[in-house]
Design a protein around this ligand. Sequence first.
Ligand SMILES: NC(=O)c1ccc[n+]([C@@H]2O[C@H](COP(=O)([O-])OP(=O)(O)OC[C@H]3O[C@@H](n4cnc5c(N)ncnc54)[C@H](O)[C@@H]3O)[C@@H](O)[C@H]2O)c1
Length: 386
Amino acid sequence: MKSIRFGIIGLGLMGREFASACARWLHLPNMEVRPEIIAVCDTNIENAEWFRAICPSVKHVFTSYTDVLSCDDVDAVYCAVPHNLHAKMYCETIRAGKHLLGEKPFGIDLAANEQINAAIAENPHVLVRCSSQFPFTPAMQYICDMLEGGAFGRIIEVESGFLHSSDLNPEKPINWKRILAYNGEYGCMGDLGMHPCHVPFRAGFIPRNVRAVLSNIVTERPDASGRRVPCETWDNATLFCETTDPATGGAFPMTLKMQRIAPGETNTWYFHVRGTEASDRFTTKNINAVEILTYDGSRQNWETVEVGHATAFPSITGGIFEFGFSDAILQMWAGFLYELHHGKPIKKFAGCVTPEEAALSHRLFTAALKSYASATVEPVSSSPKE
Ligand SMILES: NC(=O)c1ccc[n+]([C@@H]2O[C@H](COP(=O)([O-])OP(=O)(O)OC[C@H]3O[C@@H](n4cnc5c(N)ncnc54)[C@H](O)[C@@H]3O)[C@@H](O)[C@H]2O)c1
């Protein structure tokens, strides 16, 4: 089996998820390629030492990311750092000739994202993708197959959202994700926005315009010493968009919702399509099932399809067993490595976010900020040049 030697920059929450996915690679018996973590880097040496202890393939432990990039053994990099570091680290990684899976939002703002895209344009031999794991959920893959096959008929409406409650407690101490300088002006859109955008963008549902409503609900939080400090980032965002189904040419409304303060949710991703021939209800709260409504001209029939573990990349887990967050991460990594090895995704909706899709999300979020500031409907450019 071919091995791709990885360096990880940023060994926090997501860096650890990648280490776990690598350790479980035997779950994917059909893969012809595997990741091997040989270098890790974090400014916090305790995180790096944890990796050294649990990950026997690690040969190099660094505190400066430039050491990862100058390491000849490293073929590819996973970069999971605060948003203010994306442009600098992603550009240097690409220019060092390393393949890159970067975390969203892929640059703290539009200008940062444009810098990353310029580095990609100069280095077309390097595979660069952005992380987003939820579409790899089997129930969602089922809906994606329906989208690809035109099973919904003319699309009437799409709602896609990502809701969690990480900030419901107003006494939770502030961290970098709630500070403008590290998280960026997008706030929750930068943190969460890629999740609801990934499948609609892959389906070709390009927002033509947006009217956004943003809220900052908790405006102060304690810092590590208990002192109350401003918490300036947007907690919740609702984006009302107008878009078109490329398959039929029909226009329809699309609502994208991202909330950090969503009572009753822990980490819920949902996706609803309403169409003239079929509609769906799917939420990760009931992760193994998709509800499908079919309309036969007289009756509206809901059925529940128990999808189970029918993953895009076959797994040793039995088909009837439940799927979870870390399984989605593993599938996403299979998607990245498959594309690196074979030159294209295994199927349309089982590939990581492309730089073009990430760039579209930046144009949407930038227009959303303007829309909310001026209470206007703002156009969203369909290409970077417009
Ligand atoms: N795909 C997902 O579901 C998902 C979930 C959470 C976060 N994220 C994204 O992942 C990225 C990281 O988020 P996280 O939750 O892992 O954050 P985190 O705070 O848990 O980890 C970030 C790590 O980066 C390290 N770091 C900071 N500056 C550094 C530097 N100069 N050099 C090397 N390391 C440095 C920190 O010490 C920390 O260990 C963000 O872009 C975030 O949006 C994605």
